[in-house]
Design a protein around this ligand. Structure first.
Ligand code: SF4
Length: 455
Protein backbone atom coordinates (compact mmCIF):
# COMPACT_ATOMS: atom_id res chain seq x y z
CA UNK A 1 0.00 0.00 0.00
CA UNK A 2 3.01 2.33 -0.23
CA UNK A 3 4.51 4.35 -3.09
CA UNK A 4 8.18 3.91 -4.06
CA UNK A 5 9.16 6.96 -1.97
CA UNK A 6 7.16 5.78 1.06
CA UNK A 7 8.77 2.33 0.86
CA UNK A 8 12.29 3.75 0.91
CA UNK A 9 11.50 6.13 3.77
CA UNK A 10 9.79 3.39 5.78
CA UNK A 11 12.83 1.17 5.44
CA UNK A 12 15.23 4.01 6.32
CA UNK A 13 13.09 4.80 9.36
CA UNK A 14 12.98 1.16 10.49
CA UNK A 15 9.19 1.01 10.18
CA UNK A 16 6.91 -1.46 8.44
CA UNK A 17 4.68 1.29 7.12
CA UNK A 18 4.68 5.06 6.69
CA UNK A 19 2.17 7.33 5.02
CA UNK A 20 2.26 10.84 3.55
CA UNK A 21 2.40 13.44 6.30
CA UNK A 22 4.17 11.23 8.86
CA UNK A 23 7.30 12.74 10.40
CA UNK A 24 10.02 10.10 10.63
CA UNK A 25 13.70 9.96 11.49
CA UNK A 26 15.48 8.39 8.55
CA UNK A 27 18.99 7.04 8.27
CA UNK A 28 21.08 8.59 5.51
CA UNK A 29 23.02 6.24 3.26
CA UNK A 30 25.03 9.05 1.66
CA UNK A 31 25.57 12.77 2.28
CA UNK A 32 26.95 14.84 -0.59
CA UNK A 33 28.22 18.40 -0.45
CA UNK A 34 30.19 20.73 -2.75
CA UNK A 35 32.36 23.84 -2.71
CA UNK A 36 29.52 26.34 -2.33
CA UNK A 37 27.68 24.70 0.59
CA UNK A 38 30.43 22.47 2.01
CA UNK A 39 32.24 25.18 4.00
CA UNK A 40 28.93 26.32 5.53
CA UNK A 41 27.93 22.73 6.35
CA UNK A 42 31.31 22.11 7.98
CA UNK A 43 30.83 25.33 9.99
CA UNK A 44 27.44 24.13 11.27
CA UNK A 45 28.87 20.70 12.08
CA UNK A 46 31.73 22.19 14.13
CA UNK A 47 29.49 24.69 15.87
CA UNK A 48 26.91 22.09 16.90
CA UNK A 49 29.11 19.07 17.57
CA UNK A 50 32.36 20.73 18.67
CA UNK A 51 35.67 21.73 17.10
CA UNK A 52 37.08 18.22 17.54
CA UNK A 53 33.94 16.25 16.66
CA UNK A 54 34.17 13.35 14.20
CA UNK A 55 31.69 12.78 11.36
CA UNK A 56 29.18 9.97 11.70
CA UNK A 57 30.72 7.83 8.94
CA UNK A 58 33.92 8.53 7.00
CA UNK A 59 32.80 6.43 4.04
CA UNK A 60 29.33 7.88 3.54
CA UNK A 61 30.19 11.52 2.99
CA UNK A 62 31.04 12.44 -0.59
CA UNK A 63 32.58 15.84 -1.28
CA UNK A 64 32.62 17.10 -4.86
CA UNK A 65 33.90 20.59 -5.70
CA UNK A 66 32.22 21.65 -8.96
CA UNK A 67 30.49 25.03 -8.79
CA UNK A 68 32.84 28.05 -8.70
CA UNK A 69 36.07 26.32 -9.67
CA UNK A 70 37.51 27.79 -12.87
CA UNK A 71 37.59 31.38 -11.72
CA UNK A 72 40.30 33.69 -10.46
CA UNK A 73 38.01 34.70 -7.59
CA UNK A 74 40.21 33.90 -4.59
CA UNK A 75 37.35 33.31 -2.13
CA UNK A 76 35.94 30.65 -4.46
CA UNK A 77 39.38 29.00 -4.78
CA UNK A 78 39.70 29.11 -0.99
CA UNK A 79 36.45 27.14 -0.57
CA UNK A 80 38.08 24.15 -2.27
CA UNK A 81 40.98 24.41 0.21
CA UNK A 82 38.53 24.44 3.14
CA UNK A 83 37.03 21.18 1.85
CA UNK A 84 40.50 19.62 1.47
CA UNK A 85 41.52 20.59 5.01
CA UNK A 86 38.32 19.06 6.41
CA UNK A 87 38.73 15.86 4.40
CA UNK A 88 42.27 15.44 5.75
CA UNK A 89 41.24 16.22 9.31
CA UNK A 90 38.40 13.70 9.23
CA UNK A 91 40.01 11.06 7.01
CA UNK A 92 37.09 11.08 4.55
CA UNK A 93 37.27 8.47 1.82
CA UNK A 94 35.49 10.23 -1.06
CA UNK A 95 36.81 13.64 -2.04
CA UNK A 96 37.11 14.52 -5.72
CA UNK A 97 39.69 17.27 -5.40
CA UNK A 98 40.50 19.77 -8.15
CA UNK A 99 44.24 19.25 -7.61
CA UNK A 100 46.31 16.13 -6.97
CA UNK A 101 48.54 17.44 -4.17
CA UNK A 102 46.76 16.79 -0.83
CA UNK A 103 48.94 19.48 0.78
CA UNK A 104 48.45 21.98 -2.07
CA UNK A 105 46.20 24.99 -2.58
CA UNK A 106 43.86 25.44 -5.51
CA UNK A 107 44.63 28.49 -7.63
CA UNK A 108 43.05 28.94 -11.05
CA UNK A 109 45.40 30.45 -13.62
CA UNK A 110 43.46 32.76 -15.98
CA UNK A 111 46.56 33.19 -18.17
CA UNK A 112 46.00 29.65 -19.45
CA UNK A 113 42.54 30.64 -20.72
CA UNK A 114 39.20 29.02 -20.00
CA UNK A 115 39.26 26.18 -22.53
CA UNK A 116 42.28 24.02 -21.55
CA UNK A 117 41.80 21.78 -18.55
CA UNK A 118 43.31 22.88 -15.27
CA UNK A 119 42.26 20.05 -12.98
CA UNK A 120 44.10 17.01 -11.67
CA UNK A 121 43.36 13.30 -11.98
CA UNK A 122 40.78 13.03 -9.17
CA UNK A 123 38.49 15.88 -10.21
CA UNK A 124 35.00 14.57 -10.99
CA UNK A 125 32.95 17.52 -12.32
CA UNK A 126 29.30 18.36 -11.62
CA UNK A 127 28.29 16.66 -8.38
CA UNK A 128 25.05 14.99 -9.48
CA UNK A 129 26.51 13.49 -12.64
CA UNK A 130 29.72 12.61 -10.80
CA UNK A 131 27.82 10.87 -7.97
CA UNK A 132 26.34 8.48 -10.49
CA UNK A 133 29.48 8.01 -12.59
CA UNK A 134 31.65 7.42 -9.54
CA UNK A 135 29.34 4.76 -8.12
CA UNK A 136 27.57 6.60 -5.30
CA UNK A 137 23.96 6.18 -6.41
CA UNK A 138 22.22 2.99 -5.33
CA UNK A 139 18.60 1.83 -5.61
CA UNK A 140 16.48 1.80 -2.47
CA UNK A 141 18.83 4.12 -0.59
CA UNK A 142 18.54 7.60 0.91
CA UNK A 143 20.80 10.34 -0.47
CA UNK A 144 20.91 13.83 1.00
CA UNK A 145 22.84 16.57 -0.76
CA UNK A 146 23.35 20.25 -0.14
CA UNK A 147 22.08 21.08 -3.59
CA UNK A 148 18.55 21.29 -4.91
CA UNK A 149 19.21 19.06 -7.92
CA UNK A 150 20.24 16.15 -5.71
CA UNK A 151 16.84 14.78 -6.80
CA UNK A 152 18.58 13.63 -10.03
CA UNK A 153 19.58 10.39 -8.30
CA UNK A 154 15.90 9.44 -8.17
CA UNK A 155 16.62 8.07 -11.65
CA UNK A 156 18.22 5.15 -9.79
CA UNK A 157 15.17 4.22 -7.70
CA UNK A 158 16.64 6.16 -4.80
CA UNK A 159 15.14 8.72 -2.41
CA UNK A 160 17.38 11.70 -3.14
CA UNK A 161 16.70 15.24 -2.05
CA UNK A 162 18.38 18.57 -1.48
CA UNK A 163 18.82 19.89 2.06
CA UNK A 164 20.19 23.10 3.58
CA UNK A 165 23.52 23.52 5.34
CA UNK A 166 21.97 23.32 8.82
CA UNK A 167 20.33 19.97 8.12
CA UNK A 168 23.49 18.76 6.36
CA UNK A 169 25.62 19.73 9.37
CA UNK A 170 23.26 17.65 11.51
CA UNK A 171 23.42 14.66 9.12
CA UNK A 172 27.23 14.97 9.12
CA UNK A 173 27.22 14.50 12.89
CA UNK A 174 24.44 11.93 13.30
CA UNK A 175 23.66 10.25 9.97
CA UNK A 176 19.96 10.96 10.52
CA UNK A 177 17.35 13.52 9.54
CA UNK A 178 13.70 14.14 10.44
CA UNK A 179 11.66 13.95 7.22
CA UNK A 180 7.99 14.56 6.59
CA UNK A 181 6.89 11.83 4.21
CA UNK A 182 5.78 13.62 1.02
CA UNK A 183 2.57 12.92 -0.86
CA UNK A 184 3.28 11.25 -4.21
CA UNK A 185 2.15 12.55 -7.60
CA UNK A 186 1.98 9.73 -10.13
CA UNK A 187 3.20 10.31 -13.70
CA UNK A 188 2.56 7.30 -15.89
CA UNK A 189 4.57 7.62 -19.10
CA UNK A 190 3.12 5.83 -22.12
CA UNK A 191 4.47 5.25 -25.63
CA UNK A 192 7.93 6.36 -26.71
CA UNK A 193 9.69 9.55 -27.79
CA UNK A 194 9.54 10.51 -31.47
CA UNK A 195 12.63 11.67 -33.43
CA UNK A 196 13.74 15.16 -32.41
CA UNK A 197 12.01 14.89 -29.03
CA UNK A 198 14.10 14.29 -25.92
CA UNK A 199 13.74 13.56 -22.19
CA UNK A 200 14.13 17.28 -21.52
CA UNK A 201 10.92 17.84 -23.47
CA UNK A 202 9.15 15.32 -21.22
CA UNK A 203 9.98 17.15 -18.03
CA UNK A 204 9.43 20.63 -19.52
CA UNK A 205 6.01 19.41 -20.67
CA UNK A 206 5.20 18.08 -17.20
CA UNK A 207 6.33 21.23 -15.40
CA UNK A 208 4.28 23.26 -17.87
CA UNK A 209 1.23 21.13 -16.97
CA UNK A 210 1.51 21.52 -13.22
CA UNK A 211 3.44 24.82 -12.85
CA UNK A 212 6.82 25.57 -11.28
CA UNK A 213 5.29 25.09 -7.82
CA UNK A 214 2.89 22.31 -8.83
CA UNK A 215 4.70 19.55 -6.95
CA UNK A 216 5.79 21.54 -3.90
CA UNK A 217 6.99 19.13 -1.19
CA UNK A 218 5.69 16.15 -3.12
CA UNK A 219 7.36 13.10 -4.60
CA UNK A 220 7.06 12.76 -8.38
CA UNK A 221 6.91 9.08 -9.34
CA UNK A 222 7.62 8.33 -13.01
CA UNK A 223 6.75 4.85 -14.21
CA UNK A 224 5.04 2.88 -16.95
CA UNK A 225 6.17 1.54 -20.29
CA UNK A 226 7.35 5.00 -21.43
CA UNK A 227 9.59 5.38 -18.39
CA UNK A 228 11.08 1.96 -19.03
CA UNK A 229 11.82 2.98 -22.63
CA UNK A 230 13.99 5.90 -21.45
CA UNK A 231 17.74 5.45 -21.08
CA UNK A 232 19.38 5.98 -17.69
CA UNK A 233 20.69 9.37 -18.93
CA UNK A 234 17.15 10.34 -19.92
CA UNK A 235 15.78 9.34 -16.52
CA UNK A 236 18.47 11.49 -14.89
CA UNK A 237 17.32 14.48 -16.95
CA UNK A 238 13.70 13.97 -15.87
CA UNK A 239 14.42 13.33 -12.18
CA UNK A 240 16.87 16.26 -12.07
CA UNK A 241 14.10 18.73 -12.80
CA UNK A 242 11.57 17.47 -10.22
CA UNK A 243 12.75 20.38 -8.08
CA UNK A 244 11.81 22.79 -10.88
CA UNK A 245 8.20 21.92 -10.08
CA UNK A 246 8.97 22.26 -6.37
CA UNK A 247 9.18 18.48 -5.89
CA UNK A 248 10.82 16.97 -2.83
CA UNK A 249 12.13 14.16 -5.00
CA UNK A 250 11.59 12.38 -8.29
CA UNK A 251 11.76 8.62 -8.54
CA UNK A 252 11.83 5.89 -11.19
CA UNK A 253 11.31 2.15 -10.93
CA UNK A 254 14.29 -0.20 -10.82
CA UNK A 255 14.90 -2.31 -13.93
CA UNK A 256 17.70 -4.02 -15.85
CA UNK A 257 18.97 -0.65 -17.13
CA UNK A 258 19.36 0.63 -13.58
CA UNK A 259 21.01 -2.60 -12.52
CA UNK A 260 23.54 -2.55 -15.39
CA UNK A 261 24.47 1.09 -14.80
CA UNK A 262 24.91 0.76 -11.05
CA UNK A 263 26.82 -2.53 -11.32
CA UNK A 264 29.23 -1.05 -13.87
CA UNK A 265 29.79 2.10 -11.84
CA UNK A 266 30.23 0.48 -8.45
CA UNK A 267 32.56 -2.17 -9.91
CA UNK A 268 34.66 0.39 -11.79
CA UNK A 269 35.03 2.63 -8.76
CA UNK A 270 35.16 0.02 -6.01
CA UNK A 271 32.23 1.57 -4.17
CA UNK A 272 29.62 -0.33 -2.17
CA UNK A 273 27.76 -2.61 -4.55
CA UNK A 274 25.04 -4.14 -2.34
CA UNK A 275 21.63 -2.53 -2.43
CA UNK A 276 17.97 -3.43 -2.24
CA UNK A 277 15.65 -1.74 -4.75
CA UNK A 278 11.99 -1.04 -4.01
CA UNK A 279 9.20 -2.30 -6.23
CA UNK A 280 5.73 -0.94 -6.78
CA UNK A 281 2.94 -2.26 -4.59
CA UNK A 282 -0.23 -3.48 -6.27
CA UNK A 283 -2.03 -0.54 -4.73
CA UNK A 284 -0.49 2.87 -4.01
CA UNK A 285 -1.97 5.98 -2.48
CA UNK A 286 -1.31 8.88 -4.85
CA UNK A 287 -2.05 12.56 -4.40
CA UNK A 288 -2.79 12.85 -8.12
CA UNK A 289 -2.57 10.82 -11.33
CA UNK A 290 -1.18 12.07 -14.65
CA UNK A 291 -0.78 10.19 -17.92
CA UNK A 292 1.86 11.46 -20.34
CA UNK A 293 1.81 10.11 -23.89
CA UNK A 294 5.41 10.38 -25.04
CA UNK A 295 4.40 9.87 -28.71
CA UNK A 296 2.48 13.15 -28.65
CA UNK A 297 5.22 15.32 -27.17
CA UNK A 298 6.97 17.93 -29.29
CA UNK A 299 10.15 19.96 -28.79
CA UNK A 300 9.27 22.19 -25.84
CA UNK A 301 10.72 25.38 -24.37
CA UNK A 302 10.38 26.90 -20.90
CA UNK A 303 10.42 30.65 -21.53
CA UNK A 304 11.83 33.35 -19.30
CA UNK A 305 11.21 33.79 -16.36
CA UNK A 306 10.41 30.36 -14.92
CA UNK A 307 10.61 26.64 -15.78
CA UNK A 308 6.82 26.31 -15.95
CA UNK A 309 6.38 28.98 -18.66
CA UNK A 310 5.89 26.40 -21.40
CA UNK A 311 5.60 26.88 -25.15
CA UNK A 312 6.30 24.62 -28.12
CA UNK A 313 9.54 25.41 -29.96
CA UNK A 314 7.62 25.79 -33.24
CA UNK A 315 5.46 28.53 -31.69
CA UNK A 316 8.53 30.65 -30.92
CA UNK A 317 10.16 30.79 -34.34
CA UNK A 318 10.17 34.62 -34.29
CA UNK A 319 12.09 34.79 -31.03
CA UNK A 320 15.63 35.98 -31.73
CA UNK A 321 18.48 34.80 -29.54
CA UNK A 322 21.96 36.10 -28.68
CA UNK A 323 23.47 32.96 -27.26
CA UNK A 324 23.18 29.19 -26.91
CA UNK A 325 24.54 27.03 -24.09
CA UNK A 326 24.83 23.28 -23.61
CA UNK A 327 26.01 21.92 -20.28
CA UNK A 328 25.06 21.25 -16.62
CA UNK A 329 23.96 18.14 -14.71
CA UNK A 330 20.73 18.12 -16.73
CA UNK A 331 22.05 18.79 -20.21
CA UNK A 332 25.81 18.20 -20.19
CA UNK A 333 25.95 14.40 -20.44
CA UNK A 334 27.58 12.54 -23.33
CA UNK A 335 24.17 11.65 -24.79
CA UNK A 336 23.18 15.33 -24.70
CA UNK A 337 26.27 16.36 -26.67
CA UNK A 338 25.69 13.53 -29.13
CA UNK A 339 22.15 14.77 -29.78
CA UNK A 340 23.50 18.30 -30.18
CA UNK A 341 26.29 17.21 -32.52
CA UNK A 342 23.87 15.24 -34.72
CA UNK A 343 22.00 18.49 -35.44
CA UNK A 344 25.00 20.79 -36.04
CA UNK A 345 27.33 18.34 -37.80
CA UNK A 346 28.79 19.97 -40.92
CA UNK A 347 27.01 23.28 -40.25
CA UNK A 348 27.97 26.48 -38.42
CA UNK A 349 26.37 28.20 -35.46
CA UNK A 350 25.38 31.84 -36.02
CA UNK A 351 25.28 33.00 -32.38
CA UNK A 352 27.80 32.63 -29.54
CA UNK A 353 27.51 29.01 -28.43
CA UNK A 354 29.15 27.52 -25.36
CA UNK A 355 29.62 23.84 -24.49
CA UNK A 356 30.49 22.66 -20.99
CA UNK A 357 30.61 18.89 -20.39
CA UNK A 358 29.41 17.97 -16.91
CA UNK A 359 32.42 15.80 -16.06
CA UNK A 360 35.98 15.06 -17.22
CA UNK A 361 34.81 11.58 -18.23
CA UNK A 362 32.37 13.19 -20.66
CA UNK A 363 35.17 15.37 -22.07
CA UNK A 364 37.14 12.18 -22.76
CA UNK A 365 34.14 10.39 -24.27
CA UNK A 366 33.42 13.27 -26.64
CA UNK A 367 37.05 13.33 -27.75
CA UNK A 368 37.22 9.59 -28.30
CA UNK A 369 33.82 9.07 -29.97
CA UNK A 370 34.58 9.17 -33.70
CA UNK A 371 32.15 9.74 -36.56
CA UNK A 372 33.80 9.04 -39.93
CA UNK A 373 37.22 9.77 -38.45
CA UNK A 374 36.24 13.00 -36.69
CA UNK A 375 35.61 13.19 -32.95
CA UNK A 376 32.31 14.53 -31.64
CA UNK A 377 34.36 17.18 -29.83
CA UNK A 378 35.90 18.25 -33.14
CA UNK A 379 32.50 18.29 -34.83
CA UNK A 380 31.34 20.70 -32.12
CA UNK A 381 34.33 23.03 -32.45
CA UNK A 382 34.28 22.85 -36.28
CA UNK A 383 30.70 24.14 -36.11
CA UNK A 384 31.91 27.10 -34.06
CA UNK A 385 30.90 25.90 -30.58
CA UNK A 386 33.29 27.11 -27.86
CA UNK A 387 34.00 23.90 -25.96
CA UNK A 388 35.80 23.93 -22.63
CA UNK A 389 37.59 20.97 -21.07
CA UNK A 390 36.98 22.54 -17.67
CA UNK A 391 33.96 20.40 -16.83
CA UNK A 392 31.77 21.81 -14.05
CA UNK A 393 28.73 23.95 -13.30
CA UNK A 394 30.21 26.93 -15.16
CA UNK A 395 27.55 29.47 -16.19
CA UNK A 396 24.55 27.29 -15.29
CA UNK A 397 24.21 29.41 -12.17
CA UNK A 398 26.10 32.49 -13.31
CA UNK A 399 29.04 32.40 -10.94
CA UNK A 400 31.85 34.96 -10.68
CA UNK A 401 32.13 37.39 -13.64
CA UNK A 402 35.03 35.52 -15.26
CA UNK A 403 33.02 32.26 -15.47
CA UNK A 404 33.02 30.59 -18.90
CA UNK A 405 29.76 31.33 -20.75
CA UNK A 406 28.38 33.66 -18.06
CA UNK A 407 25.98 36.32 -19.34
CA UNK A 408 27.52 39.60 -18.29
CA UNK A 409 25.06 41.61 -20.40
CA UNK A 410 21.26 41.44 -20.79
CA UNK A 411 21.25 38.75 -23.47
CA UNK A 412 18.72 36.13 -24.55
CA UNK A 413 20.09 32.61 -24.24
CA UNK A 414 18.65 29.22 -25.16
CA UNK A 415 20.07 26.68 -22.77
CA UNK A 416 20.10 22.96 -22.06
CA UNK A 417 20.31 23.73 -18.31
CA UNK A 418 17.49 23.35 -15.80
CA UNK A 419 16.61 26.71 -14.25
CA UNK A 420 15.73 30.09 -15.76
CA UNK A 421 14.65 32.42 -12.97
CA UNK A 422 15.89 36.01 -13.56
CA UNK A 423 19.65 36.34 -13.14
CA UNK A 424 20.25 32.59 -13.03
CA UNK A 425 22.99 32.62 -15.70
CA UNK A 426 24.44 36.01 -14.84
CA UNK A 427 23.04 39.44 -15.67
CA UNK A 428 19.77 40.23 -13.87
CA UNK A 429 18.09 41.34 -17.07
CA UNK A 430 19.25 38.46 -19.22
CA UNK A 431 16.64 35.93 -20.31
CA UNK A 432 17.07 32.16 -20.36
CA UNK A 433 14.95 29.78 -22.45
CA UNK A 434 15.25 26.14 -21.38
CA UNK A 435 15.18 23.49 -24.08
CA UNK A 436 16.53 20.09 -25.08
CA UNK A 437 20.07 19.80 -26.47
CA UNK A 438 18.58 19.17 -29.95
CA UNK A 439 16.47 22.34 -29.78
CA UNK A 440 19.42 24.36 -28.44
CA UNK A 441 21.53 23.07 -31.34
CA UNK A 442 18.90 23.88 -33.99
CA UNK A 443 18.47 27.35 -32.50
CA UNK A 444 22.23 27.97 -32.47
CA UNK A 445 22.21 27.35 -36.23
CA UNK A 446 19.45 29.88 -36.98
CA UNK A 447 19.75 32.45 -34.18
CA UNK A 448 16.05 31.97 -33.41
CA UNK A 449 14.16 29.38 -31.39
CA UNK A 450 13.98 26.46 -33.81
CA UNK A 451 12.25 23.10 -33.76
CA UNK A 452 15.04 20.57 -34.51
CA UNK A 453 12.64 18.57 -36.70
CA UNK A 454 12.69 21.48 -39.18
CA UNK A 455 16.38 20.99 -39.98
S1 SF4 B 1 25.19 22.19 -13.20
FE1 SF4 B 1 23.78 23.81 -12.55
S2 SF4 B 1 22.00 22.81 -11.69
FE2 SF4 B 1 23.65 21.29 -11.83
S3 SF4 B 1 24.60 21.31 -9.82
FE3 SF4 B 1 25.74 22.75 -11.11
S4 SF4 B 1 24.77 24.74 -10.78
FE4 SF4 B 1 23.38 23.19 -9.99
Amino acid sequence: MMTLTEKILARAAGKAQVKAGDNVWVKADTLMTHDVCGPGTIGVFKREFGEHARVWDKERIVIIPDHYIFTADSRSNRNVDILRDFVREQGLKYFYDVIDDPEGKWVFNPAQGLLKKQYGSQYAGVCHTALAQRGHTRPGEVLFGTDSHTCMAGAFNQFATGIGNTDAGFVMGTGKLLIKVPETMHFRLEGSLQPGVMAKDVILHIIGEIGFDGATYRAMQFDGEGARSLSVDDRMTVANMAIEAGGKNGIFEFDEKTEAYVRHRTETNGTRSEYEPVERDASENFFSEHVIDLDKLEPTVACHPDPGNRRLARELSDLGLDRAYIGSCTGGKTSDFIAFAEVIRGKSVVIDTFGVPATPEIVDELKSTMWDGTSVWQIMTDAGVQMTENAGCSACLGGPVDTFGRMNKPLKCISATNRNFPGRMGHKESQVFLASPATVAASALTGKVTDPRDL
